[in-house]
Design a protein around this ligand. Sequence first.
Ligand SMILES: C[S@@+](CC[C@H](N)C(=O)[O-])C[C@H]1O[C@@H](n2cnc3c(N)ncnc32)[C@H](O)[C@@H]1O
Length: 184
Amino acid sequence: MAWRNKRSVMRRYNLTTLMYDSRYCEEQEAKYEAGLEGLSLGSGSVVLDVGCGSGMFFNQVACKAESVIGVDISRGLLHLAKERAKTCHNIFLIQADADHLPLRGNLFSHVFAFTVLQNMPKPVQTLQELKLVSKKDACFVVTGLKAAVSLEAFGEILEDAGLRTFSLRDEEALRCYVVRAVNK
Ligand SMILES: C[S@@+](CC[C@H](N)C(=O)[O-])C[C@H]1O[C@@H](n2cnc3c(N)ncnc32)[C@H](O)[C@@H]1O
C-alpha cells in the first residue's frame, strides 16, 4: 500500500517536470532563504538534499559545501537536477525512496528536506532514516507544509524522530514552517 502511494506521488511529480521550476521557484527560494539564515556551511560540509526535485536548492549550497548529494524518487525531476548539476563537480544524484536510502554510515553534516515530508506515509520513520546516515549533531533543516500539518503536529513529528528543534520560521508569506534542528 505504502509503495502504491509512493508510486503515484512519483508519477505526479514526473508530470510536473515541464512546469516545476517556473511554478515553484519563488515559493521555494523563500524557504531556502529562511532555512539558511545564519547557518554556517563550512568547506568540509557534506550535504544531503532529500527530495531535491529539480535541484533548485543546489545553487545555494554547492559552492560552499564539500559535496552535495541530491536524492529524489522522481526520474523526471532528477533529469532537471542533472542538467543543473553539470556546472558543479561536487553534486551527486541518486534516484531513491527517502525511506530506503542506498547509503550507510554517518555521512552528512547537513540535511535539508524542503517540502518533502508531506509526501511520506510515515514522516517520523523517514526522519529516522535520515538520522541513520547523518553525523551526530548534524544540522537538519526541515519544512512542514502548512496546508498538510499543524505546527503542533509538526513539532511532535520532529520530537518523535529524535530531533531537537532550535529555530522556527513561520511567517505568513511562507507556505511552510521552516525548522532548524539538531540530530540528538
Ligand atoms: C514539493 S517537491 C520539493 C522539491 C525540492 N525539495 C524543492 O525545494 O524544490 C517534493 C519532492 O519530493 C520528492 N519525493 C516525494 N516522495 C519521495 C520519496 N518517497 N523519496 C524521495 N523523494 C520523494 C518528489 O519527487 C519531489 O521532487
